[in-house]
Design a protein around this ligand. Structure first.
Ligand code: ARG
Length: 298
């Protein structure tokens, strides 16, 4: 039975009860050899067709990869594939999971737009080669699900935050909850510039989260506040232009974030986090930054 959490009363209890999930030690990235903006499927891509500086994109990508390595994570590099300019955003094609027996699983996405649908099999192949159990959604029933772009694990707990509204359908989460036997906290997204949950919601550790409030409904904000005692709010400019909330905090202490998010960085520092600025300027043209350029797994 799907366990979908929609009220703050049941949420605190669910978090309390949720089993521990080991910290991810591995990261999957796809190199940006064929990255470009060739079409418009989100508002950030508008006006950017053909505007990517490929050399710059490669340097920026390498700096991020090396940051993950410096933080002690093992980076797996996947080759980019011609014809798939968005494949570099490896958060989107799947949702990985490790169960209580230590078995690894991955649920394959159903990409919302035609242009990205055929990226998914490359990830499926990768999972099969790495000993994962692969799961699927019923494409006849579910219009879309974009993996960790919208489905974000709570810090070290088997409880999932499920964003829906633009790319992922609410329906997908019933299957996710049943396949992985985990409770899911649903968050409706209501601002078109924040089309994935990872553009407006960044789990920092068990007590803290970084969000952009106007991307959520009041009910959603209530759930977020019920789960996290510390809610850092990104100002509009940093959230929308610099993708501040698309930062990544792999270890509960260090935050990798697009450079120039001064207000957010101040708040991060005040709350005991270290921030590491990187330039994702070429990828912002496509509507993505640090979080969506990687997939954390085990
Ligand atoms: N151009 C890509 C798209 O619109 C960007 C994806 C960014 N990914 C993310 N998880 N926010 O699909």
């Amino acid at each position: 039975m799907a366990d979908i959490i929609t009220s703050k009363e049941t949420l605190a209890q669910a978090i309390e009860k949720a089993s521990v999930m080991p910290a991810p030690r591995d990261v999957l990235m796809a190199n940006p050899k064929y990255f470009s903006v060739d079409y418009v499927i989100n508002p950030h891509m508008e006006g950017n067709i053909g505007k990517v500086n490929k050399k710059k994109a490669l340097w920026q990508w390498e700096v991020i990869r090396d940051k993950f390595r410096l933080l002690g994570l093992r980076v797996h590099e996947m080759e980019g594939v011609p014809g798939f300019p968005d494949m570099v955003f490896t958060a989107n094609q799947s949702l990985p999971f490790i169960d209580q027996k230590g078995q690894k699983h991955a649920l394959m996405s159903i990409m919302h737009s035609e242009q990205r649908k055929e990226e998914v099999p490359y990830f499926e192949q990768w999972y099969r080669r790495h000993g994962y159990n692969v799961h699927y959604l019923d494409a006849a029933k579910i219009p879309g699900f974009e993996g960790m772009g919208d489905a974000i694990w709570h810090h070290r707990k088997q409880i999932l935050w499920g964003g829906y509204g633009y790319r992922s359908s609410q329906l997908a989460y019933e299957t996710v909850s049943e396949a992985f036997e985990v409770p899911i906290v649903m968050l409706e997204l209501v601002h078109p510039a924040f089309y994935h949950l990872d553009t407006c919601f960044c789990v920092l550790n068990e007590k803290s989260v970084l969000i952009y409030p106007p991307a959520f409904t009041n009910d959603g904000l209530d759930l977020i506040h019920a789960a996290f005692p510390t809610v850092i709010e990104a100002p509009e400019k940093e959230a929308q232009e610099l993708f501040a909330c698309n930062a990544c905090c792999p270890d509960g202490k260090n935050v990798i974030i697009q450079k120039g998010c001064h207000e957010v960085n101040k708040a991060l520092k005040q709350n005991g986090f270290a921030f590491h600025e990187v330039d994702t300027g070429e990828f912002l043209k496509s509507g993505g930054s640090v979080f969506c350029m990687k997939l954390m797994l085990w």
